[in-house]
Design a protein around this ligand. Structure first.
Ligand SMILES: Cc1cc2nc3c(=O)[nH]c(=O)nc-3n(C[C@H](O)[C@H](O)[C@H](O)COP(=O)(O)OP(=O)(O)OC[C@H]3O[C@@H](n4cnc5c(N)ncnc54)[C@H](O)[C@@H]3O)c2cc1C
Length: 404
């Protein structure tokens, strides 16, 4: 069976980036169908992305006015952040409350809730969804793309956006490889439901070398309805000793009130990949890769979903330009997207790598720098700030907002 519609754009994958791409295409006035491998009623595990940058909120509001306000109203902004060195506070910063009616500097919201808002916006914007029928084959030519799905249907489209995540079939089908490295040690990522009757203060807290965890780093990040606790293991640790609900119940009461050990909603162990696709489009400039189909970063700096949102907006803009121009100009529009977003991804990969090195590097210079900064932080607040900002990596560069 052939589903042919040469003006319809196909998006493969209904994750946050695929749904953003679909909304951005609708914003460009283009009809869109999203093909998703999983069923509509799926329950996605854990909260994963929680930190949504202002640049992403701005992008979302451009493509669906009011969406940033929906995200902000459902998320939280923490007014205080603290950093500790071996149990001693070395930095604290308090922020003024965000202006009413203005976009907050960020919002902290579980990815599942962000996805629910994106899906509602997609439905309102007229995006078509096909569930439980993932792409298995992608063939591009100078004229367009044919996508075969699990059910055997063949879809034809002038352009396809591949947003099918880390194990992207689309990327493999167009013959593009990922390049990069993997973090040496394991991170245990835990989500905990807040005790709403007696909540903790909304503070992001980072502990270098937490004394109660025998010197392992621990990060606490509040999000709407709960806490993300991130325990950074040593390379020599056996992750199984800390992983799973049982493992977490053994160590969590050392760093949080013991009641939270009964409020665990998700546990996962990661060795983070730091990889970027060698190209963000196929040889015919008809298939565009976005989000985790194109890049994977350690989450420090919250660059994964945020930069995926910028990829999606840029891809939709490039497709509109390509359809309007045709010929070589069409290819140039897609290749301009490819170059811009690949450069951004390489920057983000390196920035997340810098953050990893800052917080976990064991080499002599970074070890000394951290110790020295902690020692002088009471006298020189800049040193405390340097320790505090380490987990985010550099803030400048072409990272999160598309030029579009
Ligand atoms: C612990 C952790 C914390 C994180 N924190 C943050 C954060 O604070 N901020 C941030 O920006 N990022 C964060 N990230 C990264 C973020 O979760 C990802 O970048 C984001 O999920 C990527 O979205 P995506 O739409 O590209 O891919 P996915 O969310 O993986 O979605 C891909 C979709 O494609 C579908 N699919 C797969 N194969 C096919 C196929 N063949 N055909 C059709 N559909 C298919 C899948 O079912 C899925 O729905 C974090 C990640 C982790 C693991």
């Amino acid at each position: 069976m052939s589903e042919a519609s040469l003006s319809h754009i196909l998006v493969i994958g209904a994750g946050p980036v695929g749904m953003t791409a679909a909304l951005a295409l609708r914003h460009q006035g283009l009809p869109v169908t999203v093909l998703e491998a999983e069923p509509k009623q799926r329950v996605r595990p854990g909260s994963r992305a929680i930190f949504i940058h202002k640049a992403s909120l701005k992008h979302l509001d451009e493509i669906f006015p009011g969406l940033a306000g929906t995200f902000a109203a459902d998320g939280i902004v923490w007014p205080v952040k603290r950093t500790f060195w071996r149990g001693k506070e070395v930095y604290v910063r308090r922020y003024p409350a965000p202006q009413p009616n203005a976009l907050p500097p960020f919002t902290s919201l579980p990815q599942v809730r962000a996805e629910a808002h994106l899906f509602a916006a997609c439905e309102a914007a007229g995006v078509q969804f096909v569930w439980e029928d993932g792409a298995t084959k992608v063939e591009s030519s100078p004229e367009g793309v044919a996508v075969t799905t699990q059910s055997g249907k063949v879809w034809h489209a002038p352009y396809v956006i591949g947003a099918d995540g880390a194990h992207s079939v689309v990327r493999k089908q167009i013959g593009v490889q990922m390049k990069g490295t993997r973090s040496a040690n394991t991170f245990i990522v835990v989500d905990i439901q807040e005790d709403e009757a007696n909540p903790l203060p909304l503070e992001r807290v980072f502990h270098y070398q937490h004394p109660a965890m025998d010197g392992r780093n621990v990060l606490f990040v509040p999000f709407a309805g709960g806490w993300r606790v991130d325990l950074q293991l040593f390379e020599t640790d056996n992750a199984d000793d800390y992983n799973g609900e049982e493992g977490v119940r053994r160590w969590l009461p050392r760093v949080m009130d013991k009641k939270y050990a009964e409020r665990i909603t998700w546990v996962s162990a990661y060795q983070f990949l730091q990889v970027v696709a060698e190209s963000f489009c196929d040889a015919h400039a008809r298939v565009l890769l976005v989000g985790e189909a194109a890049h994977l970063f350690a989450p420090f700096g919250a660059r994964g979903m945020n930069s995926g949102i910028a990829d999606a907006v840029a891809a939709a803009q490039a497709i509109r330009q390509a359809l309007a121009s045709g010929g070589d100009a069409a290819k140039a529009a897609v290749r301009s997207f490819e170059q811009e977003r690949r450069a951004a991804a390489e920057y983000n990969r390196d920035a997340a790598g810098t953050a990893l090195h800052h917080i976990q590097g064991r080499a002599f210079p970074i070890n000394i720098q951290r110790r020295l900064a902690a020692a002088i932080a009471p006298l020189f607040p800049k040193a405390g700030r340097w320790l505090d900002e380490g987990p985010y990596g550099p803030k400048t560069g072409p990272s999160l907002a598309s030029k579009y």
